[in-house]
Design a binder for this molecule. Structure first.
Ligand code: SF4
Length: 345
C-alpha cells in the first residue's frame, strides 16, 4: 500500500496528512483521493445533489475586500438594488423550478435593514415555504436574532482564510477572530451555519489550506464552501493568477473526507475556472449546486470576479442544461429541502 492509500484508509487525518493529500502532484496519485471523496459523498450524504437558488439582490457593499469586484472602492461598477417585490417574484421562480431553498445574498448593504429582511423572510415562508439561507456578510447580533425568529434557516459566512495575517491583508476592517465569533453566535442561535475558504489568495500556502480545513472541522458546519480565487479586473488583485483547478479539486475531496456530512457545493467559481468544473467538483465529493436566479438585467453587475459563468442566461433557460450536467455525474437531483444532515445524526 502506498502512502496516499494508507492515509486514505484512516478515519481522520493529522495536519501533515492533510498537507500530503493536498500536495499530490501526480495524476495517478490524485485519482485515489478523488475516488475516495466521491465514495465518502455517497456514503455520508448520498449520491445526490441539492439545488439552492440564489438571489443576489444588491451589489452595494460598505466593505472593501481587496479581491472583490463589488468592493466599495470600485467606482466603475454600476450598482443595483432589487425591491421587495422583485425579490419575492424571483423567489417564486425558484419555487416554480421545484427548488426548495432560496439563498438571499448581497454585499454588506445596510439599506436592507433588519425589518426589511425580517419581513422578506416571513413573506417567503408564507408564500412558498422555502428553506431560507442568508448570505449578507457580518451584521449586528440583534439582526441575526430577529432573522432567526422570523424563520430563516441557515447563514453562510465564509472565514475565507484561517491565516489571520492574510485575513487582515484582504479586509479593510474586522479580524478573523471577530468573523469566527459571528459564526459561533449564529450557531448558538440555531442557524444551520456555513463557512469556507478562498483558494489561491496571494501568500496562501498549502499549510494555510490545511488550516482552513481543520478550522472547518472544529465547527460542526452544515455547509462548507471551498472556492477558487478568480481575479476581478477592477481590484488591486486584478493581476493575481486564478487558482489551480487541481488544488481546488483536491481541497474539495479532502474536505468531504474530513467534514463527512456537510453540504459542499460545486461552486459557480469552479464552473468558471473550468468548463466542466461543476461536474468535476461533484465527481470528487460535492453535493450542492447553486444556480443564480438573479434577474438577467442585473446579474452581470454582481461581478465579484470576472467572466462568471451563466450570467447572460435567465435561470429558467439554464435549468435543463444544469440538471442534465448534474445527472451526467452518476447522481440524482434531490428535490427535498436539503437541511443539515447533522440534525439526523
Ligand atoms: S467580499 Fe463581500 S463584504 Fe467583501 S467587498 Fe465583496 S461583497 Fe463586500
Amino acid at each position: 500500500m502506498n502512502t496516499t492509500e494508507s492515509i486514505l484508509g484512516k478515519g481522520s487525518f493529522s495536519k501533515g496528512e492533510i498537507i500530503s493529500l493536498l500536495s499530490l502532484q501526480n495524476r495517478d496519485e490524485q485519482i485515489p483521493l478523488f475516488r475516495a471523496g466521491k465514495l465518502a459523498r455517497n456514503k455520508y450524504v448520498g449520491a445526490k445533489v441539492h439545488l439552492r437558488g440564489i438571489i443576489e439582490f444588491s451589489n452595494y457593499c460598505t466593505q472593501d475586500c481587496i479581491y472583490c469586484g463589488i468592493r466599495k472602492s470600485n467606482l466603475s461598477l454600476e450598482r443595483y438594488r432589487m425591491s421587495f417585490e422583485e425579490i419575492l417574484s424571483t423567489a417564486k421562480l425558484i419555487y416554480n423550478s421545484e427548488i426548495k431553498t432560496v439563498v438571499l445574498q448581497s454585499g454588506e448593504d445596510p439599506y436592507y435593514d433588519c425589518d426589511f429582511i425580517s419581513k422578506l423572510i416571513v413573506k417567503i415562508k408564507e408564500e412558498f415555504n422555502l428553506a431560507i439561507t442568508l448570505s449578507l456578510g457580518e451584521r449586528e447580533y440583534y439582526e441575526y436574532e430577529k432573522w432567526k425568529s422570523a424563520g430563516a434557516d441557515r447563514y453562510l459566512l465564509k472565514h475565507e482564510t484561517a491565516n489571520p495575517e492574510i485575513y487582515s491583508q484582504i479586509h479593510n476592517s474586522g479580524s478573523l477572530t471577530e468573523r469566527l465569533e459571528h459564526l459561533s453566535y449564529l450557531d448558538s442561535l440555531g442557524f444551520q451555519i456555513g463557512s469556507g475558504n478562498i483558494i489561491g489568495l496571494p501568500g496562501q500556502t498549502i499549510e494555510d489550506i490545511a488550516d482552513d480545513l481543520i478550522l472547518c472541522s472544529k465547527y460542526q458546519l452544515d455547509m462548507a464552501s471551498f472556492s477558487p480565487f478568480i481575479p476581478s479586473s477592477d481590484t488591486p488583485f486584478s493581476d493575481v493568477p486564478k487558482a489551480s483547478l487541481d488544488l481546488t479539486l483536491k481541497t474539495l475531496a479532502v474536505a468531504r473526507l474530513i467534514l463527512k456530512y456537510a453540504h459542499i457545493p460545486a461552486t459557480t467559481a469552479l464552473a468558471t475556472l473550468d468548463e466542466l468544473g461543476r461536474e468535476k467538483g461533484i465527481n470528487v465529493g460535492a453535493n450542492v449546486v447553486m444556480p443564480s436566479f438573479t434577474p438577467v438585467g442585473v446579474k452581470t453587475k454582481y461581478s465579484i470576479y470576472d467572466n462568471k459563468r451563466c450570467i447572460t442566461e435567465d435561470a429558467s433557460s439554464c435549468m435543463p442544461c444544469l440538471r442534465a450536467r448534474i445527472e451526467s455525474c452518476d447522481v440524482e437531483i434531490d428535490n427535498g429541502y436539503g437541511h443539515s444532515l447533522y440534525l439526523n445524526q
